[in-house]
Design a protein around this ligand. Structure first.
Ligand code: FAD
Length: 364
């Protein structure tokens, strides 16, 4: 595989402004999508770069360091591509992966008003009517949906479950942007309503009749890896900003970093950066080796990365103080964005429950 190179020049100094306006340039997203960079693990035979988890992880960290809104969109798009690869039939893989590596954008809807941490409470229905299906339900906080061409939606399908690729402009689809998200403000979160949306059965991945836990575990596992690596990028940005400030700003006659209490923050930031990098690399190595423990490794990586990133952002804010307190500043963004990383793709509490279950299962 050719080395993945992210075009930093297309992002430039945009992220601070995007965070304030709550919007990313859609043409940038389409350009990155058509370069295959939003779902880099898609193999070359489907038009993607065919990156390993480790390579895609470092790419994701690079994007996370620049802009968590952009990284969030990348995560959603990558989840959609993963679901198509895993559950789509041959023709669906050819068609949809071609679209997703060709500049079309995708978002993924699991969460509903009554189904947050507990996705088994999902009520969205995907009903078969001859050669058509009808989708009825509501999803909330769907990242990237404001920009998306496709909404990958999970729902009930008879006694089982299915994932369906819904064109965002299909009749009966309403996309209502979240007005003022506290973080990742340009990631295009929206509430989605599906009011009897009629589509051909060919939009149901693999024909449906799948197990709901298998569908969401597969999708969430990719999402967890992506969020973990995105957090690695945030921690690296915080470490860089704090180190620069501590080395260059003087107070009480010496650089901030020479004051022991500030030096302690720098040490903690370095520990966080090293810890998150190691846990992400370990998880990606398990993915690339096809380890049976890869799903747990993804939970561990996401949990460690999100909690470390939230602490690191708070420490970096403390080192920069007023110098990092402008709304769009990389550290101010990190401070708000990292709190959300502790909630999504399995909250801290849910991650700990999964890890505890793993510990107990290993004994038997
Ligand atoms: P709840 O499930 O109501 O949980 C509230 C609190 O209770 C949490 O602290 C939780 O950890 C805790 N809790 C719940 N159940 C248990 C339990 N059994 N044991 C212990 N503690 C528990 N959804 C999508 O489908 N697609 C997206 O693209 C998407 N993007 C998002 C982006 C952002 C920025 C945010 C904030 C949310 C996004 N979501 C998305 C929704 C997200 O997946 C949910 O917010 C998440 O699953 C938690 O659900 P909830 O918010 O309803 O909280």
């Amino acid at each position: 595989m050719a080395e993945l190179v992210f075009p930093d020049e297309l992002v430039g100094d945009g992220p601070a402004g995007w965070d304030v306006t709550g919007e990313l340039p859609a043409d940038l997203l389409r350009k990155l999508g058509s370069m295959g960079l939003l779902c880099a693990e898609v193999p070359a035979r489907f038009g993607g770069p065919g990156a390993s988890s480790l390579e895609n992880g470092e790419l994701t960290a690079h994007v996370g360091r620049l802009c968590s809104s952009l990284r969030s969109i990348m995560t959603s798009h990558g989840i959609a591509a993963t679901a198509v690869r895993r559950f789509g039939d041959r023709e669906q893989r050819r068609h949809y992966l071609g679209e997703l590596t060709g500049g079309k954008l995708a978002a993924v809807g699991f969460s509903e008003p009554g189904a947050g941490s507990d996705l088994s409470a999902m009520t969205t229905r995907i009903e078969a009517h001859g050669e058509e299906i009808v989708v009825t339900g509501e999803k909330r906080w769907v990242t990237a949906s404001r920009y998306a061409d496709y909404l990958l939606v999970l729902g009930r399908h008879g006694e089982d479950a299915a994932a369906v690729m819904i064109p965002a402009d299909a009749p009966g689809v309403t996309i209502e942007p979240v007005p003022q998200p506290m973080g990742c403000r340009a990631a295009g979160h929206s509430r989605l309503v599906f009011d009897g949306v009629r589509l051909p059965v060919s939009t149901v991945l693999g024909g449906g009749r799948q197990s709901l836990p298998l569908l969401f575990t597969t999708a969430l596992s990719y999402g967890r890896m992506s969020v973990a690596w995105g957090c690695a990028g945030i921690v690296r940005a915080c470490l860089d900003a704090a180190a620069e400030q501590a080395a260059t700003r003087e107070q009480s006659g010496k650089p901030l970093g020479e004051h022991q209490l500030v030096a302690g923050h720098l040490a903690d930031l370095y520990v966080a950066e090293q810890t998150v990098t190691q846990v992400c690399r370990g998880a990606s190595e398990q993915w690339d080796a096809g380890s049976p423990d890869q799903a747990v490794a993804a939970v561990l990586a996401k949990h460690v990365a999100a909690t470390q990133a939230a602490q690191a952002a708070a420490k970096a804010m403390q080192v920069l103080a007023s110098w990092g307190a402008d709304d769009g500043h990389v550290v101010a963004r990190a401070y708000r964005d990292t709190k959300l990383m502790e909630i999504i793709e399995g909250s801290n509490e849910i991650s700990r429950l999964v890890l505890a279950r793993h510990v107990l299962d290993r004994r038997s």
